[in-house]
Design a binder for this molecule. Structure first.
Ligand SMILES: *[C@@H]1O[C@H](CO)[C@@H](O)[C@H](O)[C@H]1NC(C)=O
Ligand SMILES: *[C@@H]1O[C@H](CO)[C@@H](O)[C@H](O)[C@H]1NC(C)=O
Ligand SMILES: *[C@@H]1O[C@H](CO)[C@@H](O)[C@H](O)[C@H]1NC(C)=O
Ligand SMILES: *[C@@H]1O[C@H](CO)[C@@H](O)[C@H](O)[C@H]1NC(C)=O
Length: 180
């Protein structure tokens, strides 16, 4: 047999063995998380930046996110409604304006925790986020660390959405199914 045939055999055998590999996740459990999301688009240290927008579009206070606008966010998550309360994590990622008919934000965001039991773990959100609906739901599609293979949902309630000051404050209740 020539080497390439041997190599092919080896790859096939490895694939067969790998497909039988066993990985145990442990018991499934449910965790509820509660925190507040703070965003500031104005001032010296904005936590959201417009990184791309279509030619001719101009985001302004009445049209916050024209179709095609792409924002990068790094928004603190705090324990309380007060922006000066303890920071428990950050929401980092992309906020994309993907609605032609009306403003529709799609969130591709990592919720990374920096304190408590879930310090170092994070949740992956990939979801529509209709920011003009006071109450809405986001899909949690995965996670890392203690949230490995997690899935769940987040119920959101907007407390503040002020285009003049650029301040957005949203309450998050996250229900996560994950493993011990
Ligand atoms: C904001 O943008 C919209 C759409 O591009 C435009 O119609 C409106 O005049 C702008 N408003 C201001 C205050 O510039
Ligand atoms: C979170 O974990 C990091 C890295 O392990 C550690 O440096 C930090 O002190 C921890 N923070 C808290 C609040 O436990
Ligand atoms: C979060 O849960 C608390 C306690 O159940 C409730 O009072 C609050 O209204 C909920 N908020 C959201 C946004 O779901
Ligand atoms: C936004 O903030 C400004 C300045 O603090 C305030 O005058 C205005 O009433 C606020 N708008 C809303 C919708 O809360």
């Amino acid at each position: 047999m020539d080497t390439s045939l041997l190599l092919l055999l080896y790859v096939l055998i490895t694939l067969v063995f790998q497909s039988h590999a066993h990985y145990s996740l442990g018991e499934e459990k449910v965790t509820n998380l509660h925190f507040y999301f703070h965003e500031t688009s104005k001032g010296d240290h904005p936590s959201i930046l417009l990184v791309a927008q279509p030619k001719g579009a101009n985001a302004n206070d009445t049209n916050l996110a024209p179709f095609g606008s792409v924002y990068v966010i790094d928004d603190p998550l705090t324990e309380g409604l007060d922006p000066n309360s303890k920071v428990v994590g950050h929401a980092q990622g992309l906020s994309v304006s993907a609605g032609q008919e009306k403003t529709m934000i799609v969130f591709v965001v990592d919720l990374g925790f920096t304190s408590g039991e879930f310090n170092g773990s994070s949740l992956s959100v990939l979801s529509r986020n209709p920011i003009f609906e006071t109450d809405r739901e986001l899909a949690v599609v995965g996670g890392r660390g203690k949230f490995r293979m997690a899935r769940g949902f987040a119920n959101l309630h907007t407390y503040t959405l002020n285009a003049t000051t650029g301040v957005v404050v949203v309450e998050y209740n996250v229900t996560v199914f994950h493993y011990e």
